[in-house]
Design a protein around this ligand. Structure first.
Ligand code: C2E
Ligand code: CA
Ligand code: CA
Ligand code: CA
Length: 277
């Protein structure tokens, strides 16, 4: 889309203009999207490496916009954070995920866990722990089956407040995972001071795990140290058989990646479960 400036010059090159226009549109339609029921949750299986069975799922949001088509979370979560909409959206995601997995477990007589991504702004809400508590009650999900995924940037923002809230959640039996581990600056010994149950090793460490010896030994050290600290170790972004073999050798607890399954819509997920049962 080209637009003429006051004096007849084109202000932007076309690509930049398109990018800005898309951003403006995402912002414009985002606020209505929740009311219009345009968000859907997909679920990516997490496999327990010992039993080779599905242990649980990570909930990943999708936006099916009639105006913009399918919008990736990479493109709308950060905008939702900037405009404060993530608080509403995040609560919807948490409630939907807990409610769905609770129902799924009842239907299939299973004990699947569900991991839900939590944004900084959500965690920093005064009533966040109360919201989580009421969603647990409302949906009947066993709190032991809920895992909240947070990132380092969340912790860095206001460490004392975050740590206090995470401890409250942990005391409720909820699990806390540090997502994208290795992409930030914190050392594992610093993380020891944070109430965590789980560490998710970022995909960037898993890529080329076999080709690059330095990376493979890093992953092994992370897993060993994580285990020393009593953490459940999860590796994400596993695409190749070689990576799986290596992670088994390192006694990684769980894996998640396209090698086993992409994120699935509910009906595909249920087909998948029926095959496994
Ligand atoms: P993330 O939490 O690190 O999620 C993992 C992303 O990697 C997902 O992308 C997933 O589909 C993708 N993935 C999983 N396995 C593989 C693999 O083997 N290969 C490759 N190439 N990719 C893999 P997705 O669903 O597009 O989500 C992107 C990011 O958007 C997430 O990164 C997370 O930061 C954010 N996000 C997604 N859903 C939510 C949500 O419900 N709430 C919040 N706050 N953020 C979310
Ligand atoms: Ca995640
Ligand atoms: Ca991640
Ligand atoms: Ca990520």
């Amino acid at each position: 889309v080209k637009e003429r400036g006051k004096n007849g010059y084109y202000f932007f090159n076309e690509q930049l203009n398109d990018k800005i226009l898309r951003r403006v549109n995402i912002e414009k339609y985002l606020k209505m999207a929740l009311k219009n029921n345009e968000f859907v949750l997909y679920y990516q299986p997490q496999i327990d490496l010992k039993s080779k069975k599905i242990d649980g799922f990570e909930a990943l949001v999708r936006w099916n916009s009639p105006e913009l088509g399918l919008v990736s979370p990479e493109d709308f979560i950060s905008i939702a954070e900037e405009i404060g909409f993530i608080v509403h959206l995040g609560e919807w995601i948490l409630r939907s995920a807990c409610s769905y997995i609770s129902g799924l477990n009842a239907k299939f007589n299973t004990n699947y866990t569900v991991a839900v991504n939590i944004s900084m702004m959500q965690l920093l809400q005064d009533n966040f722990t109360e919201v989580v508590c009421s969603i647990i009650k409302e949906t009947g999900l066993n709190p032991n089956l809920l895992e909240l995924e947070i990132t380092e940037s969340v912790l860095m923002q206001s460490p004392e407040i975050s740590i206090g809230k995470l401890q409250v959640l942990l005391n409720m039996g909820i699990k806390i995972a540090l997502d994208d581990f290795g992409t930030g600056y914190s050392s594992l010994s610093y993380l020891r001071t944070i109430p965590l149950t789980t560490l998710k090793i970022d995909k960037s460490f898993i890529d080329d795990i076999i080709d690059e010896e330095s990376k493979t030994s890093i992953v092994e050290s992370i897993i060993t140290l994580g285990h020393k600290f009593g953490l459940i170790m999860v590796a994400e972004g596993i695409e190749k058989e070689d990576q799986l073999k290596y992670l088994e050798k390192c006694s990684c607890n769980k894996i998640q990646g396209y090698l086993f399954s992409k994120p699935l819509c509910c009906s595909d997920l249920e087909k998948h479960i029926q095959q496994e049962q």
